[in-house]
Design a protein around this ligand. Structure first.
Ligand code: DQA
Length: 160
């Protein structure tokens, strides 16, 4: 059987990790995060497609095209988390199991970061564990896909 495919989306400015606001995000680069994700994916038996974009419309397009090709989405919408009705609506329309991740704890920062417009369209959110938010998010997403497989085999509806 082919491994389930998961779409990983990094939102705006995450290409600058490593040099960007290191007090908040640390010195880990996006390339390192992607390598760690690749290693974890191999352990979990999933296949990743990883994309970074600074453009809201591009992210909406990626989510819109994901149905049919991917079993789930792991997304750090970055600043769009707090502003993008379009990305939230795209996630709701795609109706794929999705996990939202953030390097920083968005609830410990400025008030405008405490609201996520996108999280209500997700199974769950991991926030505040730095690069490990991605690893934990991927594990959570895989566990949820496994549970759904078992439920479908038993003739039950998926959890979400
Ligand atoms: C972030 C948190 C957002 O508030 C911010 O705009 C980002 C990164 C995080 O991973 O901690 O760009 O999503």
């Amino acid at each position: 059987m082919n491994p389930p495919r998961i779409l990983v989306i990094h939102g705006p400015n995450l290409n600058l990790l490593g040099t960007r606001e290191v007090d908040v995000y640390g010195r880990v680069t996006l390339k390192e995060i992607n390598l760690l994700l690749g290693r974890e994916a191999a352990l979990l038996g999933v296949k990743l497609k990883i994309v970074q974009s600074n453009h809201e419309g591009k992210i909406v397009d990626l989510i819109g095209e994901a149905r049919g090709s991917f079993k789930g989405i792991l997304i750090n919408p970055a600043a769009y988390t707090h502003t993008s009705v379009a990305i939230r609506d795209a996630l709701l329309a795609a109706a794929l199991p999705t996990v939202e991740v953030h390097l920083s704890n968005i609830y410990k920062r400025e008030d405008f970061r405490k609201q996520s417009l996108t999280a209500p369209a997700c199974i769950g959110q991991v926030s505040g564990f730095g690069k490990d938010s991605y690893i934990l998010g991927l594990k959570g997403l895989k566990a949820s896909l496994d549970l759904d497989k078992v439920r479908i085999k038993m003739g039950k509806r998926p959890t979400k």
